[in-house]
Design a protein. Structure first.
Length: 736
């Protein structure tokens, strides 16, 4: 829509052009479907003129603030314009626009709400809505050229026009707003249609239907972070970037920021980052990159990736074994195993320790405490009563074979394991509250500087809010682990209070929360905050997508409660839902399975309605019905299959299915058998135990070890999670 050099062209030659508009009736219907204008039941009255009061309601809609203004009408009932009376239907819209410097009146302090809006006045409102400022980006004489430049008009005569057009109809308004959908907001890469999608004024389905959504065919992602040495990392992206600079990058370690020296481009997808500070083995770092622009001009606000420092020549063992051991104080050792450990790991008699080459101390209940820590339970914290580590000394730790994983594996296939480590201390820094955020009128999100001890972090008596006027002091009602689509956090909680009143000053108190090692605790933390204008955060339906003809995914903006599978949901065109399941891999997704012979048609468009009451993992329920549109899909659902089968110990096989499986089948030991073959032996082995890890993973335990030969898993039948699809006679070779 932009015309570069149009003014020069007009100065060189006289051009008389009549703008060729698209069918304005079509444009009006598009804007109606996008929730930007309303009809009167018979049409859009396009030949009529628009009052200034009506014009500002259009502009408020473009800003995505219509519902906000209606909900807070009392705040905007008293207008700065004497000719805009309190109580008039348009007063809140006029005053909102005035307070946000979108309208300035017609002179002499008046707004003239019932006067017809002129073209120049409406273009001014639209420019202000797009972020352009009067007397800075344009003035009254340059409204038309600026409107032409940003794409509100495609009439080349507007590049030099100054005279206002007073006969301005609703059809003209429709055409201007339609043009604006493809216009960029000032100082942003975002166009108006994307802004309206972000504000949930329009839905993605309708914008895509009318080809009004700029498409980023590939979302920018970090493909890998490779540590080249202690001062250099290599970052690879999945697509070419426009550029990458030091100012966009940050590397964090605990409460410290690593100084970046330089950024060197290997190619448009790969960059080497040099740092002034060394990044050491066994320490975990976090890379944060902001405002990344790909070669097509699409911007990703933020990406992050965690990585370990420069590695020694060692790797995580394939068997159940010790991965690392590091002192975190002069008498505490964090021991990490390759898999989650059983509770018997807390038996002190399983451990021996001492100086390398020196005498060894046997662990017992007097000199050693062992505790399984962490959400994944792969860490064991050893606390020594009388023993102290010293820097520049090498130590050794022996762990007996009887220590077991949660799958029943014995350490190092029943041989036990040993690791040497340096006595130098890991620099943990203080354990503290890193950040707090008021989420809504019930919840505060609190982030700690490192992983916490869950028992103390989830203790509601450790949190309190106090009103600064002293009239109210209340403890937390409940504390939850913060969750997102990747799962539960080990350093962030969501704290629920009975009620947090609007426009009040509060103080948050946190005390007695311990870190994961229980070596430090927060004795007292106080943070003042202002509650402001709060709204309850409810689970919002973001989009619906047909995965195939019998499966639909509903994506919400928050992780859902398990009870979400009981939500009332309807789909038009007589589509019948047979089952609903919250996805185990992404709890933000509710999967709908359709009844057989109630399949989707790819030529149809569908509307799904989620009834009020669907609940997120924090117990917050939606207060209204929500709907989303999606297109049909005639692809046939693929059969359930085995993705892979892996030996995880000498007598255990982990099986991963391509999709969630019905639990009664997943844990039915009679459905599984293993074919074992060597040059001299050919036999069928039946498992003696079975354990499901997730809804699509299971571990089989065999009666003895099978180190040599070939193995094949056979499964007689398996049902999908919904129970209506079945696959039979599945087979796969076992990887070792």
């Amino acid at each position: 829509m932009k015309r570069v050099g149009a003014i020069i062209l007009l100065l060189c030659m006289v051009i008389i052009s009549i703008p060729v508009w698209a069918d304005v009736d079509y444009e009006a219907q598009v804007l109606h479907d996008l929730n930007l204008i309303e009809g009167d039941g018979e049409g859009f009255n396009l030949g009529a003129r628009l009052t200034r009061a009506e014009a500002v309601t259009f502009v408020v809609g473009i800003l995505g603030k219509t519902q906000y203004v209606l909900d807070h009408a009392d705040r905007y009932q008293k207008s700065a314009f004497p000719d805009v009376p309190s109580g008039a239907w348009y007063t809140p819209f006029v005053e909102y626009c005035h307070q946000n410097r979108i309208v300035a009146g017609t002179g002499q302090g008046k707004f003239e709400p019932n006067a017809y809006v002129s073209e120049k006045s409406f273009l001014t409102m639209m420019l202000q809505a797009l972020g352009y400022k009067s007397d800075l980006d344009y003035n009254w004489d340059s409204v038309y050229p600026k409107a032409y430049e940003v794409g509100l008009s495609e009439d080349i005569n507007d590049a030099v026009r100054t005279k206002d057009e007073y006969i301005y109809t609703r059809a003209d308004v429709v055409h201007t707003i339609y043009n604006a959908l493809d216009s960029k907001l000032k100082d942003k890469t975002q166009i108006l249609s994307e802004f309206l999608l972000e504000r949930r004024v329009c839905n993605a389905y309708m914008l895509k239907k009318y080809d009004l959504l700029k498409k980023d065919e590939m979302a920018t992602q970090i493909s890998s972070v490779k540590v080249l040495d202690s001062n250099t990392i290599e970052i690879a992206f999945n697509e070419p970037l426009d550029d990458l600079s030091k100012s966009q990058l940050k590397i964090e370690y605990v409460n410290k920021t690593i100084d970046i020296d330089s950024v060197n481009e290997k190619n448009s997808k790969t960059f080497n980052i040099s740092t002034d500070d060394a990044m050491y083995f066994s320490k975990k770092y976090k890379l944060i990159i902001e405002n990344i622009m790909d070669e097509n001009g699409f911007v990703t606000k933020s990406l992050s990736s965690e990585f370990n420092g420069a590695k020694k020549s060692e790797s995580i063992p394939k068997d159940f074994a010790i991965v690392s051991a590091k002192p975190i104080s002069n008498n505490q050792l964090d021991v990490v195993f390759s898999r989650e450990v059983d509770k018997n790991a807390e038996e002190p008699l399983l451990y021996k320790f001492g100086l390398v080459g020196g005498s060894v101390n046997e662990g017992n209940f007097q000199n050693l405490k062992a505790e399984v820590i962490g959400d994944r339970a792969s860490h064991v914290l050893l606390t020594f009563t009388d023993y102290r580590f010293e820097s520049n000394q090498d130590y050794t730790l022996y762990v007996r074979a009887d220590l077991a994983s949660v799958f029943g594996e014995r350490l190092k296939n029943g041989k036990g394991d040993q690791i040497n480590f340096d006595g130098g201390l890991e620099e943990l820094g203080d354990f503290r509250v890193e950040d707090m955020e008021l989420i809504d009128d019930h919840f505060i999100k609190i982030e700690f500087s490192r992983a916490f001890d869950e028992k103390s972090a989830l203790n509601q008596s450790n949190y309190r809010i106090i009103r600064r006027d002293g009239k109210d002091s209340r403890p937390a009602r409940r504390v939850y682990l913060y969750r997102d689509e990747y799962g539960a956090s080990d350093d962030t909680v969501m704290v629920r209070f009975a009620n947090i009143f609007r426009d009040e000053e509060y103080e948050l108190e946190v005390e007695d929360v311990k870190d994961i090692y229980q070596s430090q605790r927060i004795r007292s933390y106080n943070e003042e905050f202002f509650s402001g204008d709060l709204d309850t955060e409810e689970p919002e339906l973001i989009e619906a997508e047909a995965i195939n003809r019998s499966e639909i995914h509903l994506t919400f903006d928050k992780p859902l409660a398990e009870s979400a599978d009981q939500a009332g949901i309807k789909i038009n065109n007589h589509v019948i839902i047979s089952d609903k399941v919250v996805s185990s891999s992404n709890p933000n997704v509710l999967i709908l399975y359709l009844r057989k012979r109630s399949y989707l048609d790819e030529d149809d468009e569908y509307t799904v309605v989620v009834k009020r009451g669907i609940e997120d993992y924090l117990g917050r329920k939606s207060s209204r019905d929500q709907e989303a549109y999606f297109e049909g899909n005639e692809e046939v659902k693929p059969d359930i299959d085995i993705e892979k089968a892996i030996m995880i110990s000498s007598n255990q096989i982990k099986i991963i299915f391509t999709e969630p499986v019905k639990k009664s089948d997943l844990e039915n030991i009679d459905l599984y058998k293993v074919k074992y073959e060597t040059g001299a032996v050919d036999r069928t082995i039946f498992p003696i135990d079975i354990m499901s890890a997730t809804d699509n993973e299971v571990v089989l335990t065999l009666e003895s070890a099978y180190a040599d030969g070939n193995m094949e898993v056979e499964i007689s039948q398996i049902h999908s999670k919904s129970g209506q699809f079945i696959s039979k006679d599945l087979k796969i070779d076992v990887s070792k």
